[in-house]
Design a protein around this ligand. Structure first.
Ligand code: PMT
Length: 401
């Protein structure tokens, strides 16, 4: 399955390094040409000879150990890689890559590669939860690095919690899935909005809604898995950020409008799953409003309609809107589709059990200018995302013919 692919496997110094030997073996058995780079600490846990024997290739540890004078070792390895995988990745290595430091063979090669990077972290539960580590992972995820999440269980340090290296089978499967065909959005650029906008009243109060970001985040993740270059613009959300996509955080509808319009050129598909506030307070108070009167009136003004602005400016983009409705779903959905010049509109009746805000499932109907295209019964939001993106990919294909 991986024949013809060169995978550079970076192994960091942690007890999980022993699992990297099984991973190396699996990747080699699947046909990959595996080139292992170990940190000096990794070599304290597992002998380099183990990886040399399993990969049938020399193992690189020292940046200055230049065995072949015709090439520069770290550039050569960086250029050869079809995929760059670091497993296990320590907090230290994640921080170095996030910062762009190159002070050993692995971090220097990681800096030099243009191949997709996969990182499988492994560390103590508190280290993994440490805000600095989380921040570094977010930075990398925003740059398109894909993470293979650590598992939860008994850790070598004695703690029970999240931080255990994903199983070698899981990591090998993530790699195989990346190379498997079925990447109908390869070479396409997809912009997704997700989550809820926040409209400030004063420094401690705001207007928002129940969007968890789940629908938009799985669309972003599914588009990345289908090979697209994905930008996710997200408002407030509770769902975990997807890996492998560029993420831009915004708060208000006005900020989301700017972020979207700044990035509209060059996109092939734009999907607006965000729940955008239609109105915002006419005034944002700089200081906390004090409780004085018995009654208080809050004046609201209309927000810009982002989807409409996209519809007016679109050139070649396939524009997909969402509609969260509680009644007369088809009528309102078709009205939004036409008014906002969408190519497709995904309507969810948020009063239906299993559909709408906050949950992992949805029930949607997809419309185009001619009416209903597809009615998707109750299914996971991930499946909805995949079906929607498959439809979008086929529409793009049709336009090209
Ligand atoms: O995030 P989850 O918890 O997973 O929930 C998913 C969801 C219910 C939020 C999602 O499936 C959904 O329906 N998103 C659209 C919600 C919404 O704002 O619907 P609307 O009918 O008010 O808006 C119609 C379209 O116009 C939407 O694409 C919206 O992004 C866009 N819009 C709306 C107002 C505005 N000022 N600017 C906009 O761009």
């Amino acid at each position: 399955m991986l024949s013809g692919k060169t995978i550079v496997l970076g192994v960091c110094g942690g007890i999980a390094a022993y699992k990297a030997a099984a991973l190396c073996s699996k990747l080699t058995q699947a046909g990959a040409d595996v080139r292992v780079i170990m940190t000096e600490s990794a070599a304290k846990f597992v002998a380099p000879l183990t990886f040399q024997t399993l990969s049938r290739n020399p193992v690189a540890i020292d940046t200055f150990d230049e065995k072949d004078p015709s090439v520069v070792a770290h550039i050569d390895l960086a250029d050869r890689a079809d995929l760059f995988l670091i497993a296990p990745a320590t907090a230290n290595m994640i921080a170095k890559i996030a910062l762009g430091l190159g002070d050993d063979m692995l971090s220097t090669t990681a800096l030099a590669t243009t191949a997709p990077i996969f990182i499988a972290p492994a560390m103590n539960v508190h280290m993994y939860a440490n805000p600095a580590v989380q921040h570094n992972m977010r930075i990398l995820a925003e740059r398109g690095v894909r993470f293979v999440e650590p598992g939860t269980g008994q850790l070598a340090c004695g703690y029970v919690g999240k931080g255990r290296l994903a199983e070698p089978e899981q990591i090998a499967e993530a790699v195989a899935a990346f190379f498997r065909g079925g990447r109908p959005l390869a070479g396409k650029r997809v912009l997704v909005t997700a989550g809820a906008t926040v409209e400030r009243i004063d420094p401690v109060r705001y207007l928002t809604n129940d969007s968890s970001g789940k629908m938009g985040y799985v669309i972003a993740a599914a588009a990345a898995a289908m090979g697209a270059d994905v930008t996710l613009i997200t408002g407030k959300a509770t769902a975990p950020l997807p890996g492998g996509v560029r993420t831009v955080r915004v708060e208000s509808a006005a900020q989301m409008l700017d972020a979207v319009l700044d990035r509209l050129d060059g996109q092939d598909i734009v999907i607006k799953a965000a729940a955008v506030a239609d109105y915002r307070p006419a005034q944002t108070f700089e200081q906390k409003i004090k409780k004085t009167e018995e009654e208080m009136t809050l004046k609201l003004v209309k927000n810009p309609d982002i989807l409409q602005a996209i519809g007016e400016r679109k050139t070649r983009q396939l524009v997909i809107g969402f509609a969260a409705e509680t009644h007369r779903v088809e009528e309102f959905a078709l009205d939004k589709l036409r008014r906002k010049r969408c190519d497709l509109l995904v309507a969810n009746d948020v009063t239906e059990p299993g559909a709408g805000f906050g949950i992992d499932t949805n029930i949607v109907r997809i419309f185009d200018a001619n009416g209903l295209v597809e009615a998707l019964p109750l299914m996971s939001k991930r499946e909805v995302a995949e079906r929607l993106l498959a439809l979008a990919a086929s529409r793009l294909e049709r336009e090209r013919e």
